[in-house]
Design a binder for this molecule. Structure first.
Ligand code: FE2
Length: 425
């Protein structure tokens, strides 16, 4: 098999999620060629996707030992650190990649994404623009510029960039959101119809469709989850006997001690949110929580299996569990938001003020948020729901449903673990 065929084979296995087969095949070929960088890299990528992050890191480091200017290995290490939420380490390795190969487009773009997560928007923009200058058709960099302009409410400009990144990730859904903010209803409904006819299902389209059809008093034909308030699941893992108090204490200790950066989260008042995916950190307590959440998510799916909604019917075949923690101090709160890249989302509560009064610190759900336009004459009164929370509670809900936290008054901290199942697009 020549190199071209080999690359095509591994790409196919990767796209099918056959990571184990990738490793088996690469290991057989390594017997004749034990120093082959490409084969080692293939194994590392597969191991990473199997959740064996530390193994993947070791392989990339060995590749660097064999070939000190291996910029691909540096870039891959940076990608792992970025996903683990070790943002400063990721920046260091992306910079090393660019020192060796200044035109490594993925590293330039990913460095921009990392700076955006850190909260340095100017640096992020600089790197995205650099990537676009090197290649005006770089869809990722165009998409990221679109996201930056959208976050700054420059929707016209954002649409231009989303046009250039069509087909990538949820670019068109973001374009739909920009049309909505701009009040361009004709373009909005035309694009909504087109996305629906293409069976493109995601929480952002669902949330926009629900909001617009409420405001315009028309039927919501988008089938993701038309009545998301009916799909909130709430239970307590302590009461169910799935965990005990020691588990909560150990998890709190783990969160206090793990090496993870904080992410810029403009919606969070008097609080902190972890960066990256905490489930990628090799910690037994966090992995135990990951297992419990996975089982709960399967339970959630079964609970609604009879319902004729895309959320259940088109449940993603391949997805990643993404997890992060959110903690708040006195007067802390989290403004309403949805999880655009999720499918089903949830939260698990580790600390709640003991002296909490009424609804303080509770999670609320609503069909309105993100300052979406509400119609001028008679603003529509959106439904909402509040869940009373205590330590050990777990709440699951469609990622399309707006939610936020009622401000806490207590001096005691509130801490939760938030998660998504995020489909592989
Ligand atoms: Fe959330």
């Amino acid at each position: 098999m020549n190199n071209k065929d080999l690359i095509a084979l591994f790409e196919k296995l990767y796209s099918l999620g056959n990571y184990k087969e990738m490793i088996d095949k690469a290991e057989v070929l390594l017997k004749d060629n034990p120093e082959n960088y490409f084969l080692w890299n293939t194994i590392a990528v597969a191991e990473k996707n199997l959740g064996n992050t530390e193994k993947a890191i070791q392989i990339h480091e060995d590749n660097i030992k064999r070939e000190k200017n291996n910029f691909v290995a540096y870039g891959n290490l940076a990608n792992i650190y970025k996903v683990q939420g070790k943002l400063n380490k990721a920046v260091k390795y992306y910079e090393k990649t660019l020192e060796i190969n200044p035109s490594a487009a993925d590293a330039i773009n990913n460095l921009g994404v990392t700076y955006e997560e850190i909260g340095d928007t100017n640096k992020a923009k600089k790197y995205f623009e650099k990537a676009v200058k090197l290649n005006p058709n770089n869809r990722s960099a165009n998409y990221n510029l679109g996201n930056l302009y959208r976050s700054s409410s420059l929707y016209d400009k954002a649409i231009d960039y989303y046009q250039r990144s069509k087909g990538l990730d949820i670019s068109e859904s973001h374009m739909l959101e920009c049309y909505y903010y701009l009040g361009m209803k004709e373009e909005f409904y035309k694009l909504l119809k087109s996305l629906t006819s293409k069976n493109e299902y995601n929480p952002l389209i669902a949330c926009l469709s629900s909001h617009a059809t409420c405001v315009d008093d028309i039927e919501d034909d988008y089938p993701f989850c038309p009545n998301p308030l009916n799909y909130i699941y709430h239970s307590n893992l302590l009461d169910e006997g799935l965990i005990d108090e020691n588990f909560i204490d150990s998890l709190n200790n783990s969160i206090d001690t793990i090496e993870v950066s904080l992410k810029k989260q403009p919606l969070l008042i008097n609080g902190r949110q972890s960066a990256g995916n905490v489930f990628n950190i090799n910690n037994p307590i966090i992995q135990k929580l990951n297992n419990i959440i996975s089982k709960k998510i399967e339970f959630y799916k079964k609970l609604f299996v009879e319902d004729n909604i895309a959320l259940i019917k088109y449940w993603p075949e391949r997805y990643t569990n993404l997890g992060w923690f959110v903690e708040m101090d006195e007067e802390g709160s989290l403004k309403t938001h949805i999880h655009k890249r999720g499918w089903v989302s949830g939260s698990f509560y580790l600390k709640m003020p003991k002296d909490k009064k009424k609804d303080e610190g509770n999670i609320f759900f609503t069909l309105d948020g993100a300052d979406y336009p509400k119609g001028k004459k008679e603003p529509y009164q959106f439904e909402n729901k509040i869940i009373d929370l205590k330590i050990g509670d777990i709440v699951l809900f469609p990622s399309s449903l707006f939610h936020g936290t009622i401000p806490i008054k207590s001096k005691e901290q509130r801490r939760c673990f938030a998660f998504d199942i995020s489909p592989h697009i």
